[in-house]
Design a protein around this ligand. Structure first.
Ligand code: PEP
Ligand code: MN
Length: 354
């Protein structure tokens, strides 16, 4: 159930509802919206009696949520969630580009790449210090040494750092050094890792499991939010199909589908979903045209010598070209949305429920 407060409900009214929820052994999730706060309730196995709350001051209505996920859905929060760290935003007015290397391989490689990312006006830098590799003999990442390099990238270029935690031990370390913690496709249903990610107060970038449904994806995000971390960014990174012309199949239709159901930002990774640099730019364009809030892109100063995912890494010039193109497409998508208001796609579906 969710409790919608009146638009003039004071903080003490909200706290009164939170205490009531906690007094019956449940967890309260107050989520402020543009006009009013909604309070999600989790932890119940039976239906909750709305009469417990309807008489409390500031309560507008009690709404039963029928979907399996409660906190990620538009029922709880109609307006889009924007993830902000300083001036960097994901889900805001401009497309967010998280660019960098697949794996941190050396200080030189990271710094050369970060310089281009910063020069091009991007605010986010990606780089793996812990790599989930199919083969146990492949390069596994520089671990803490890599995290230290990432931290130096932030100090030198002011970029916000996104890096993957492959397990709980890595998560403790990433929490210390990074700004956003990535959970990779292979861990999307690692429930203990998701719960641990829910306990950090750093935003979490959750990549879609390579064979997961939309509902499984949203429920994985729900695991993080149910622990009280509401700053989740979703990322489509391609799924397994019978197509063998690309590493995975980018499922771009999931972008508007998620935007109808969830307030969370959804970005797209054209690098891991295609595995091939020649296909990355066309798919990046398509992802932005489909309405993605951002892109996660691998680039590399010398991809032929990369220790991880070299074939999909864009050369710096290709990256510059991609940025120009996707920014132009984003402007058209946003301009169109403004002129047609709620009359198109995901925005219409969401506003039908407001
Ligand atoms: C990555 O982003 O470096 C990565 C390993 O991605 P995925 O989990 O989507 O394969
Ligand atoms: Mn990679």
């Amino acid at each position: 159930m969710l409790i919608v407060m009146t638009s003039d409900a004071t903080e003490s009214y909200i706290q009164c509802v939170v205490k009531k929820i906690e007094s019956i052994g449940l967890k309260a999730h107050p989520i402020p919206g543009a006009n009013r706060t909604a309070i999600g309730i989790t932890g119940n196995s039976d239906l909750i009696d709305p009469a417990l709350f309807t008489e409390l001051p500031g309560v507008a209505e009690c709404v039963r949520i029928t979907k399996p996920y409660k906190l990620v859905g538009r029922d709880l929060k109609h307006d889009k969630t924007v993830i902000r760290i300083g001036e960097a935003e994901i889900g805001g007015d401009n497309i967010a580009v998280i660019a960098g290397v697949c794996a941190i391989e050396s200080r030189e490689q990271a710094m050369l790449t970060a310089q281009v990312v910063a020069e091009m006006g991007c605010r986010w830098f990606r780089g793996g210090a812990f790599k989930p590799r199919t083969s146990p003999y492949a390069f596994q990442g520089m671990a803490v040494e890599g995290l230290k390099i990432l931290s130096d990238v932030r100090d030198r270029f002011g970029l916000r750092i996104v890096t993957e935690a492959v397990d709980e031990v890595a998560l403790d370390l990433c929490e210390e050094y990074a700004d956003v913690i990535q959970i990779g496709t292979r861990n999307m249903q690692n429930f203990s890792l998701l719960k641990r990610a829910g306990q950090t107060r750093k935003p979490v970038l959750l990549k879609r499991g390579m064979s997961s449904t939309l509902e499984e994806f949203l429920l994985a995000a729900e695991y993080i939010m149910a622990e009280g971390n509401y700053r989740v960014i979703l990322c489509e990174r391609g799924v397994r199909t019978f197509g063998d012309h690309a590493r995975f199949t980018p499922d771009l239709a999931v972008i508007p589908a998620i935007q109808q159901l969830s307030h969370l930002p959804i970005i797209f990774d054209p690098s891991h979903s295609t595995g091939n640099r020649e296909t990355v730019i066309p798919m990046a364009r398509a992802g932005v045209a489909a309405g993605a809030d951002g892109l996660l892109v691998d680039i590399h100063p010398y991809p032929d010598r990369a220790l991880c995912d070299g074939p999909q890494a864009l050369l710096f010039d290709m990256f510059r070209c991609m940025l120009e193109e996707v920014r132009a497409i984003d402007t058209i998508v946003k301009r169109h949305r403004e002129s047609f208001g709620a009359a198109n796609g995901a925005d219409r579906a969401a506003s039908d429920r407001s």
